[in-house]
Design a protein. Structure first.
Length: 320
């Protein structure tokens, strides 16, 4: 079975961004210097695996039980070893690639932007160490990208086939911008519950009398939702983000009209929709750039997979 391969650059940055520095004592295996694999004579040690594993579990290593960590390690360590083998092979294949110093510096700055100064300090990585790792990974990326660029151009037929087979990726879900007033029914039963309903109905009469012009004012005064302070505004709400009973009204209510009183688990609601966009599916013409990007990524993945298979067939990989 062919192993799944991930971009070494992303693998390394994932480790960095998850906060790898040194591996806590409780996380490390008993012998960090133990050699697990040799790839063309270059060793992969238990310490190398520990470093990646710590990056995968991150802060959870401080709170998870030893048994839980052991289970996660058992499930992930074989894959980590394979990824480290992949990187060794790719680094050697891409060794002659040239990377501009400005490109490396830009990547370093991107990493630093993604971390707070305190988080970056915790890495205990010097700029020189970070520069070396990023330079290696950029070389691998360039090597793969050159191979992808040498392939024939993506044809219209390929794009059409991919679009038709993955049309769900090009759907834009609908959304609304609603404001609502909530009369909470928490703990209310019997007469108290009926009074809550009557309160909501009285508010709706006031809203209708003003054709909704006083909605924000009444929301601030009567709504028990935290959105009351903003006049009941919930901002942009996409399909599937709200309870079904709320969504059914929000996506069917005419824009600008005050809704009937309706109930959810939270209580009684009245809403007004300021804007609504129906769900749409982009045509192939509209999605050309996205389809091209996805097909290019697909090609890159296949090029990397085929390359690694070829490199492994020629390599001397010793497992201990």
């Amino acid at each position: 079975m062919r192993n799944s391969h991930i971009c070494p650059f992303l693998l390394r940055l994932t480790v960095v961004l998850l906060g790898v520095s040194s591996v806590p004592v409780g996380m490390a295996q008993s012998n960090p210097d133990k050699i697990l694999v040799k790839v063309n004579g270059e060793a992969i040690t238990q310490a190398d695996v520990d470093e990646v594993f710590q990056g995968l579990v991150g802060e959870k290593s401080k709170t998870a039980s030893a048994a839980s960590l052991a289970q996660v390690r058992g499930e992930n360590e074989p894959l980590i070893v394979e990824q480290l083998i992949d990187k060794k092979l790719l680094m050697k294949a891409a060794a002659r690639q040239k990377v501009a110093a400005t490109e490396v510096e830009h990547a370093i700055q991107e990493v630093k932007k993604a971390l707070t100064p305190a988080e970056f300090e915790q890495l205990h990585w010097t700029d020189e160490k970070l520069r070396s790792e990023i330079s290696s990974d950029l070389k691998i990326n360039h090597f793969i990208e050159e191979r992808v660029a040498s392939l024939p151009a993506i044809t219209e037929e390929e794009m059409k086939t991919y679009y038709n087979e993955n049309i769900g990726k090009f759907a834009a879900p609908g959304y609304v911008y609603p404001r609502h007033i909530l009369i909470s029914t928490e703990g209310a039963t019997g007469d108290a519950l009926r009074e809550k309903r009557l309160q909501a109905e009285r508010l709706r009469l006031k809203l209708n009398a003003a054709k909704g012009a006083n909605f924000s004012e009444l929301a601030k005064e009567y709504s028990t939702c935290p959105s009351a302070k903003s006049g009941g505004s919930l901002g942009r709400v996409g399909e599937g983000q709200m309870p079904k009973s709320f969504e059914a009204v929000a996506f069917s209510q005419p824009v600008g009209e005050v809704s009937p009183v309706f109930e959810t688990d939270l209580g009684f609601h009245i809403l007004i929709v300021d804007e609504r966009k129906e769900a749409t599916t982009f045509s192939l013409q509209q999605a050309t750039a996205q389809v091209t990007q996805l097909l290019t990524a697909q090609r890159k993945q296949k090029v990397m997979s085929d390359l690694l298979d070829a490199l492994k067939a020629k390599a001397k990989i010793e497992r201990f």
